[in-house]
Design a protein around this ligand. Structure first.
Ligand code: CA
Length: 423
């Protein structure tokens, strides 16, 4: 199913993120307003509700009960991995060039396979809870160096547990949603008192996130070895941040309003099965983690990531960061095990994000805070503009793609613009 040789009867450009081997899941809205679960192939969207209604997508794993006649993926996420795999197998077969069932059913095809350009992507599920980790050693070291010192860059706990905090799900938005510059309380180092007003230091954070499948009961935990049964799939995440608000508010309980004014995600959830050819070892962990965090297998993924910025003056976007998900120190399996180690329950559709993904080299730093090194090294843009933070009208776009042996599995992108603040 993941060999590059399999082709679909739907045209897929060589540069597409969505060949027949990907089969991501998302939710889209047609022009008439109806929302449906879909998959992406090339530039087309396949309406899974239509295929289910035509009895082509009834899963044995769920005794044929309907899963795709809904405007969100929560039920399918809860149905667990056997259902996810069966759905991918059926869709992979239905979309094959050498399989006639859908290919030769013109009426169903015309109804169920529609141009991506004619639909609007919406949030893929109801996200009950959102947790944000801080799992890139390079990012934590950079930030620690800036705010403390090189010697004390990592806090004493950092190499022993995946540090995280509870975010807010209500302000998670799908790619394409523009956000207003947040207002908040800030205090300049030399100012006698704090002030309230629009943030002057809005930043992006390059992250990836994963959605929870069946989840766990309160009072139980999930072992690292069970991660595949619990991770439905991954998306790109831009965890917008207001650095000036964060700096003043975060002591002692951590980030609050600096983070919850908006978090953008890419609309298509790519499954771990699609990413399997790109699974790879993560960084060596020293000291070895405690036994409940010991990995049972390699659980990193080779996803090339890019961040692009386009100002109102620029005719096209410019890449300002190139990183890779494989740099993450703590894996998704470890984050999952740690999050549930105290008996905390996770529910279908919960989102857990990685934290900013910075790599070892300056061009791989996953935030403007690091790229412009605390406003001391402005980022130069074509046309002569420079940036140390995001200006009004700037569009930030993130992409992610895996490539090997002619196989290309991508995430599409997550894009959004910062609009002037409310006054
Ligand atoms: Ca973050």
């Amino acid at each position: 199913m993941t060999t590059a040789a399999i082709k679909s009867f739907v045209d897929v450009a060589p540069t597409s993120h969505f060949p027949i081997q990907n089969i991501p899941f998302g939710v889209f809205r047609r022009k008439d307003g109806e929302a449906s679960i879909g998959t992406a192939i090339g530039d087309m969207v396949v309406d899974l509700g239509q295929l289910e209604a035509a009895n082509l997508l009834r899963l044995n794993a769920c005794n044929g009960r309907p899963l795709f006649d809904k405007p969100s993926l929560n039920s399918f996420m809860a149905a667990a991995r056997p259902a996810w795999r069966e759905a991918r197998q059926i869709l992979s077969l239905l979309l094959r060039a050498d399989h006639s069932t859908l290919r030769d059913n013109k009426k169903l095809r015309d109804n169920a396979i529609i141009p991506m350009a004619d639909v609007q992507m919406i949030l893929p599920c109801q996200i009950g809870d959102y947790t944000d980790f801080y799992s890139s050693r390079e990012h934590a070291t950079n930030v620690g160096t800036m705010f403390r010192s090189k010697e004390n860059a990592l806090m004493p706990n950092w190499l022993h547990l995946p540090v995280g905090y509870h975010g807010r799900s209500s302000s998670i938005v799908v790619s394409g949603t523009d956000l207003r510059r947040p207002r908040g309380q800030t205090k300049a180092d030399d100012a006698p008192a704090p002030a309230f007003g629009p943030s002057r230091n809005v930043d992006f954070e390059l992250e990836m996130g994963f959605f929870i499948g069946p989840g766990n009961e309160l009072g139980t935990s999930i072992a690292t070895s069970a991660a595949r049964e619990h991770i439905f799939g991954m998306v790109l995440v831009n965890d917008w941040s207001a650095r000036d608000i964060q700096k003043w508010e975060y002591v002692p309980l951590g980030p609050f309003l600096a983070k919850n004014f908006g978090t953008s995600i890419s609309p298509w959830i790519v499954t771990l099965d699609a990413l399997e050819p790109f699974r790879c070892p993560g960084p060596q962990q020293d000291p070895p983690p405690l036994s409940y965090l010991t990995p049972s297998e390699d659980f990193s993924f080779d996803v090339a990531l890019e961040v692009l910025l386009q100002s109102e003056q620029m005719p096209s976007p410019q890449a300002i960061c190139r990183s890779n998900f494989r740099h993450m120190y703590w894996s998704m399996a470890q984050q999952l095990a740690h999050h549930t180690s105290n008996g905390c329950n996770l529910r279908p559709g919960d989102l857990l994000a990685s934290g900013t993904i910075s790599g070892p080299t300056p061009e791989s730093y996953g935030s403007m805070l690091e790229l412009a090194w605390m406003r001391t090294k402005p980022i130069e843009l074509p046309g002569g503009e420079t940036r140390v933070a995001i200006n009004d009208g700037d569009r930030i776009t993130m992409t992610g793609v895996c490539e090997r042996d002619g196989l290309r599995i991508g995430f599409g992108d997550v894009t959004g613009k910062i609009l002037p603040s409310i006054v």
